[in-house]
Design a protein around this ligand. Structure first.
Ligand code: WTA
Length: 653
């Protein structure tokens, strides 16, 4: 951004929580004020108090925040704990028989798992992992369908201090291989398949392909039997999950780890072709997960909390596998697609399992909204008391639909801004205290120092002036590193403001009332259906195809997905006179699906003899974005090597 952007979107509607909601809320307006005052007065003391209250420590900490190795900050650095013990063991006495997980498969099979049973299953898997030689600090890759076993696998790793890296089941064999290799994993946990969209996702076949192509470090593959479809099991390497745990004890002494011990890696897209392994620590991450579950989701003893995210994303880590369990909640896990057998599935699940807190992505809401109110209106949604969204800006229209049709105007909506890197919510309403505005994530949480600054790092105080979203003080749930690439960690997040502020990579503005409005990414990252995709990753995938000489990928607005992938491609061979065949287009889309995953397939492709470049050879992305949007070109194009390609890029010729 070379100059500040003035925003024209001004939303005036205000929504206050009902008296009824406020009466039963954990955080009332008074309480929120107290929390803010406490954090303002003594920032580290504030977090130390929370850490003492919310975490069960094996060894208490005395050092709250160590900044000596900045930007590698250490929180509660001399404390010891175990994350799985915090999520399970500490509930056994008081909530042992309480349901921890309500599971529903896409085909309608259901299971209720109590804290006691979950604890036993986690321990058995932890023992199995140990028997295969997994030690504290070893990496385990998890590539599973959305089943309770995915959470069990993550918790089992946490129990023995192994570092998990979950790879979303929608990623291809190629992506899986890259992540396994980058993490240096020695165990892979997968499944024979999962049910999704009425089909079976062939996870084991993809895992086999990944291991065939590389991953020499993998010693064992543990395979959950979920779909019963025939798969190949390589003797000596592959073990069925049920065999692995068959003779294992249902107790396992937790490995007590240092607060800063890495809990997990999660790969996410950035500005280069290579995804980065975001590395999180233990205690600080857990604290962020717990406090946000209590503050933002108001999660209480009787709640049934359903976060629809897959464990392959950060949302599925913090608000499925860890946060809600750490506070002793009941969660819903649903395996499949929202449209099976029809588009009422989400609402039917809410009705059948009496969901009280529902958390999903705007893209899902927009897709379901389009189908009309009759579908949700067929279900009893009266159990719901709080709604949430995450992953991308929610347009006011979808917000209002969520509020009226799903929440029946009763339920506050929490629009939560955060990132893989932040570990937990950063900017979000406190439902019993914050007056919300449709489309705004409102204010920073207590203990979070968030600001909007200009290129020099000066605070932008003028209303509705866009700038860089930054976090000015370290916070407990923050990332600690990029796995194996410290340089990238420093450059990406701390380079722009000389190590002083964390650069989120989003632009944002504050309105006259001080509400935050997220405007979009400032880097080459797209947000497609709430999922981060690097344009460079898709470009590298395209040029890896033998037919492709060059490619440039940009985002273009999409009513449902938020952003769609638009690829401009130059072929090695001459462009056919009658245009490129649909077959070839299809072939390239499939190729990208194989290289990265189906979510990365370009929605639109345009072929040209060249890409628009400046004299120095830089691709004029702004121009491509204009073309992708179908807008008139107002930029100066006189520096183009070959102006006639504009017509090709616009699809006119
Ligand atoms: C975007 C997902 C607007 C943002 C938790 C951020 C949002 C990126 C919101 C992180 C929101 C997330 N409003 N934009 N409430 N939440 N984003 O790492 O651009 O998958 O930088 O984490 O999603 O995506 P990630």
């Amino acid at each position: 951004m070379s100059h500040n952007i003035e925003s024209t979107l001004i939303e005036e509607r205000l929504f206050s929580p009902s008296d009824e909601f406020v009466k039963q809320a954990r955080i009332t307006p008074d309480k929120l004020q107290q929390l803010r005052a406490e954090a303002d007065e003594d920032y580290t003391g504030f977090w130390a108090n929370r850490a003492n209250q919310e975490i069960s420590w094996k060894t208490p900490f005395s050092d709250v925040l160590d900044e000596s190795q900045a930007p590698h900050f250490r929180w509660f650095g001399d404390g010891e704990l175990n994350i799985s013990a915090n999520c399970l063991d500490r509930h056994l006495e008081t909530r042992g028989d309480k349901t921890a997980i309500i599971f529903e498969g896409e085909q309608g099979d259901t299971r209720h798992i109590s804290y006691k049973v979950l604890h036993g299953e986690v321990c058995a898997m932890a023992n199995a992992l140990k028997s295969y030689g997994v030690r504290c600090g070893d990496r385990v890759v998890i590539y599973m369908p959305m089943t309770p076993e995915a959470v069990i696998a993550m918790q089992a790793c946490a129990r023995i201090g192994a570092i998990h890296s979950v790879v979303f089941g929608g990623f291809s064999a190629e992506s899986l291989k890259d992540r396994i290799e980058d993490a240096g994993a020695k165990i892979l946990i997968t499944a024979d398949g999962g049910h999704r969209g009425g089909k079976i996702v062939a996870l084991k076949a993809a895992a086999d392909a990944a291991l065939k192509a590389g991953c020499p470090g993998i010693e064992k593959v543990i395979v959950l039997q979920r779909t019963q479809q025939p798969i190949e099991m390589q003797s000596g390497r592959d073990i069925w999950w049920h065999d692995a745990v068959a003779n294992q004890a249902k107790t396992c002494e937790p490995e007590w780890v240092n607060s800063e011990h890495p809990l997990f890696l999660l790969y996410t897209s950035g500005s280069t072709g290579k995804p980065k392994g975001i590395q999180h620590a233990s205690a600080g991450y857990l604290l962020g997960a717990i406090t946000s579950c209590k503050w933002v989701f108001d999660l209480q003893e009787k709640d049934v909390f359903w976060c629809t995210a897959d464990v392959g994303w950060i949302t599925g880590h913090t608000y499925v596998a860890y946060g809600p369990l750490a506070v002793g909640g009941t969660i819903v896990i649903y395996e499949g697609a929202p449209t099976v057998p029809d588009s009422g599935r989400f609402w039917k699940l809410c009705q059948d399992h009496k969901v009280t807190i529902f958390y999903t992505a705007p893209t899902a809401l927009r897709a379901l909204m389009k189908l009309g109110d009759e579908i949700p209106n067929q279900y009893d949604l009266s159990s719901i008391r709080l709604l949430g969204t995450v992953g991308e800006p929610i347009n006011p229209e979808a917000w209002m639909w969520y509020h009226t049709v799903i929440g029946k105007t009763r339920c506050p909506i929490v629009d939560t801004w955060w990132q893989t890197e932040t570990g937990a919510h950063v900017i979000a309403p406190i439902p019993g205290a914050t007056v919300t505005k449709p489309g705004s994530c409102t204010h920073a949480l207590p203990g979070m120092d968030v600001d909007i600054v200009d290129e020099q790092g000066n605070s932008i105080t003028a209303a509705n002036q866009g700038g860089y979203l930054v976090i000015k003080k370290p916070w407990p749930a923050m990332l600690r590193n990029v796995w194996g690439d410290e340089q990238r960690y420093k450059e990406t997040y701390w380079g722009m403001f000389d190590g002083k502020y964390y650069l989120a990579g989003d632009s944002a503005r504050r309105d006259a009332d001080g509400y935050f409005w997220i405007m979009g990414r400032i880097d080459d990252v797209l947000n497609v259906s709430g999922h981060r995709l690097g344009t460079m990753e898709i470009e590298s995938a395209l040029v890896a195809n033998p037919l492709v000489a060059e490619a440039a990928v940009v985002g273009c607005p999409d009513e449902i997905k938020g952003e769609a992938v638009f690829a401009f491609v130059v072929l090695k061979d001459e462009r056919p006179a009658g245009g490129v065949s649909d077959e070839l287009t299809q072939q390239l889309r499939t190729w990208v699906g194989e290289q990265i995953g189906p979510i990365a397939k370009p929605d639109q492709m345009r072929f040209a003899d060249n890409l628009p470049k400046t004299r120095s050879g830089k691709i004029m992305r702004r121009l491509l974005r204009t073309i992708a949007k179908g807008e008139e070109i107002t930029q100066d194009t006189s520096t183009l090597e070959n102006e006639s390609i504009l017509k090709q890029l616009q699809g006119i010729e």
